[in-house]
Design a protein around this ligand. Structure first.
Ligand SMILES: Cc1cc2nc3c(=O)[nH]c(=O)nc-3n(C[C@H](O)[C@H](O)[C@H](O)COP(=O)(O)OP(=O)(O)OC[C@H]3O[C@@H](n4cnc5c(N)ncnc54)[C@H](O)[C@@H]3O)c2cc1C
Length: 235
């Protein structure tokens, strides 16, 4: 440790950006990463020409031009717009719920018609204060959206019936009364061509940065603290 100014725990985007910026300012950095690879949750690897996002798909999104320009130094981004769809028993619906979803569900065309439909479906609760997630969802978006787009997904995610889950889990569900399938509201979004791992590789590729993978901080912290203690006693 003696030659380092900073020990960075974790070689994800956060750790890599810190290391990169500190190294540019002349600091000496040691990065340790408990996984066998760098890049953290945005780790991607090429399989048969396809960039596989090992820990789940990652779409970079921001409304901050400076951040967008910063990340674009390290890779070229494609023009990907996240517009997910839900498959309910073969029926395809746009998410997050918007006028395209409502048109498919009920044939409504205007926001007023959609709102009217949702209001009518909420009425089944007769003004009752929601006591569980099912009632809370119905009070927010009505019965059809709840049945088709919330119930099964939520029960799978939580491993429990929605009637057994507390209402507070979904205090609000965004309902968009526009024909916009874009999941994110941010100005800039995309996926780096060639994957994310190359970005983190480039960030960490500096003569002032040493990277050690397969090392858990909690297993070596005693040694590190002892070294720091010795150095401070000597110094
Ligand atoms: C399935 C999924 C999908 C996501 N999709 C998106 C998306 O589309 N867009 C978006 O903006 N964000 C998304 N995120 C969030 C995104 O993953 C994070 O914002 C981003 O990766 C965080 O970077 P990070 O460096 O803070 O953390 P991480 O990427 O988690 O990096 C932390 C690193 O620290 C290491 N570490 C932890 N403890 C120790 C230790 N004791 N010793 C050594 N190393 C340690 C970990 O192994 C890890 O590599 C998603 C997350 C998941 C799980």
């Amino acid at each position: 440790m003696s030659k380092y100014d900073y020990l960075v725990v974790g070689a994800g985007l956060f750790g890599a950006i810190f290391a990169h910026e500190a190294a540019k300012k002349g600091k000496m950095i040691k990065v340790i990463e408990k996984r066998e690879h760098i890049a953290g949750n945005v780790y991607t690897k090429e399989v048969e020409g396809i960039q596989v996002h090992e820990y789940g798909a990652h779409i970079f999104h921001t409304s901050d031009k400076e951040i967008w320009e910063y990340i674009n130094q390290f890779a070229e981004f494609n023009r990907y717009t996240n517009s997910p769809v839900a498959n309910y028993k073969g029926e395809i619906y746009n998410l997050p719920f918007n006028m395209n979803t409502f048109n498919k569900l009920w044939g409504v065309v205007t926001p007023a018609e959609a709102q009217e439909k949702i209001e009518a479906q909420r009425a089944v609760l007769n003004g009752k204060v929601p006591e569980n997630l099912e009632e809370q969802a119905i009070s927010l978006v009505g019965t059809d959206i709840y049945q088709k787009l919330i119930k099964d997904y939520t029960e799978k995610q939580w491993g429990k019936k929605t009637t057994e889950l507390p209402a507070f889990i979904i205090r609000r569900l965004p309902v968009r009364l526009t024909y916009d399938n874009n999941y994110f509201n941010d100005t800039y979004q995309g996926i780096p061509i060639g994957g994310y791992t190359q970005i983190v590789e480039k960030m960490l590729d500096h003569e002032n940065i040493d990277v050690e993978t397969g090392t858990d901080f909690f297993l070596i912290r005693k040694n590190i603290l002892l070294t720091i203690l010795k150095l401070s006693l000597l110094g």
